[in-house]
Write a protein that binds this ligand. Structure first.
Ligand code: ATP
Ligand code: ZN
Length: 298
C-alpha cells in the first residue's frame, strides 16, 4: 500500500540495457533520485514519485496490476508476453510513447554458410529463442513447421553447440551474431523502450502528479529529438530551405545589412544530417549552425 496518496510509482529495469537511460531521462525531467543500492523502492526527494527497480520482464505485470502507474519497457517484452491478448483492455496497460532508446530488433539468424533463400528454408529445422510466442506467430504466418528450442539466455551459442540450426534473438549492432559465425536473415519485430501506463483507475491526486510528469517527459523527449538551426541565406532561397529542414515550423527571419540576404532561425523536430547541410549550402545558405535543445514545452 502507498503511504502517501499523491505519489506515483514508476517501474524501471534494475540493471541492464534500459536501466541507465531510463534514470537519465527522469533526471532530465528534474527528478532528484535517492539511488541507494539494493533497494527495491527509491524515493524521489523533490517530486511525489517512487521508482521500483525490477527485472524488465516483470514490468508489464506491475503496470497492468496497478502496482506501478507507469513503467519503461521494451516493445519486444510487451509483444512476447501479451501477444495472445489482442484486446488492449484485457492487458490493462497502454503504450503512451516511445522513449528514443533501447532500439533493437527480433531477428532470425543462421550460420554463415547456411543457404537461406526465404523463411521456407527453415522448414523442419530447430530454432532456439527466448521469444517463443513471437517466433510461433512468425512460423504460423509463413506456414513453416519448426521445432522451437526455448532458451532463457545465450541463444546465440545454440547453433555452435548443435542444439539448434538457427536462432531468433534480439539484435542491435549485429556484433554478437558475427562473433558467433551467424548472419541475420529476417526481422520479426522492431523494438525500442516505451512508456506504459496502467489502465487501472488512478485517484485524482496521483493523476495530477502523473500528468505533470508526463508533460515534462514529453518535453525532454521532444528536446532530444529536436535541433535549433541558424543560417544566413539569400532571400530567394527561403522557400527551398523550408522544404529541406525536417519537421520545421515557420522559421524566424531577420534582415541583415546585406539586403539580399536574411538570417533564418528554426526548430527542426528531427535530427539534421550532414546531407541536409550540404543541400542547404547548395541553395546558398552559409554560416549554418545546428545546436542541441535543452528543454521544450509545446
Ligand atoms: P533483466 O535482468 O532485467 O531481465 P535482460 O537480460 O532481460 O535483463 P537486457 O539484456 O538488459 O535484459 O535487455 C533489456 C532490453 O533492452 C531488452 O528487452 C530490449 O528491449 C533492449 N535491447 C536493446 N538492444 C538489445 C540487444 N542487443 N540485446 C538484447 N536486448 C536489447
Ligand atoms: Zn529480461
Amino acid at each position: 500500500m502507498k503511504t502517501n496518496s499523491n505519489r506515483i510509482r514508476i517501474a524501471i529495469q534494475k540493471s541492464g540495457r534500459l536501466a541507465e537511460k531510463s534514470i537519465h531521462i527522469l533526471n532530465k525531467c528534474g527528478l532528484d533520485l535517492d539511488l541507494r543500492k539494493d533497494r527495491l523502492l527509491h524515493s524521489c526527494t523533490n517530486f511525489p514519485v517512487d521508482l521500483m527497480f525490477v527485472r524488465d520482464d516483470d514490468i508489464p505485470e506491475y503496470v497492468a496490476d496497478g502496482v506501478c502507474e507507469i513503467g519503461v519497457v521494451g516493445i519486444n517484452i510487451l509483444e512476447e508476453k501479451y501477444l495472445s491478448i489482442p484486446d488492449l483492455d484485457k492487458k490493462c496497460f497502454e503504450i503512451l510513447f516511445k522513449m528514443g532508446f533501447g532500439h533493437c530488433r527480433l531477428s532470425l539468424a543462421v550460420p554463415d554458410d547456411f543457404n537461406y533463400i526465404s523463411p521456407q528454408s527453415l522448414n523442419g529445422l530447430r530454432i532456439a529463442s527466448s521469444y517463443p510466442s513471437c517466433l510461433r506467430r512468425f512460423l504460423s504466418e509463413n506456414k513453416i513447421q519448426c521445432e522451437i528450442i526455448e532458451l532463457s539466455g545465450s541463444v546465440e551459442i545454440a547453433p555452435n553447440l548443435k542444439i539448434a540450426d538457427a536462432i531468433c534473438d534480439l539484435v542491435s549492432t549485429g556484433a554478437t551474431l558475427r562473433s558467433n559465425g551467424l548472419k541475420e536473415v529476417t526481422t520479426l519485430l522492431s523494438s525500442e523502450a516505451c512508456l506504459v501506463k496502467t489502465c487501472k483507475p488512478i485517484n485524482p491526486e496521483p493523476q495530477l502528479t502523473l500528468d505533470y510528469l508526463l508533460r515534462r517527459l514529453k518535453g525532454v523527449l521532444m528536446a532530444q529529438r529536436s535541433k535549433y538551426i541558424m543560417m544566413n541565406a539569400p532571400k530567394s532561397s527561403i522557400e527551398q530551405i523550408k522544404k529541406l529542414i525536417p519537421g520545421m515550423e515557420e522559421p524566424t527571419i531577420m534582415s541583415l545589412t546585406d539586403s539580399e540576404k536574411v538570417a533564418l532561425h528554426a526548430v527542426a523536430s528531427e535530427d539534421i544530417f550532414w546531407e541536409t547541410l550540404e543541400k542547404l549550402k547548395a541553395v546558398g545558405a552559409s554560416s549554418i549552425l545546428v545546436l542541441p535543445i535543452e528543454k521544450v514545452i509545446a
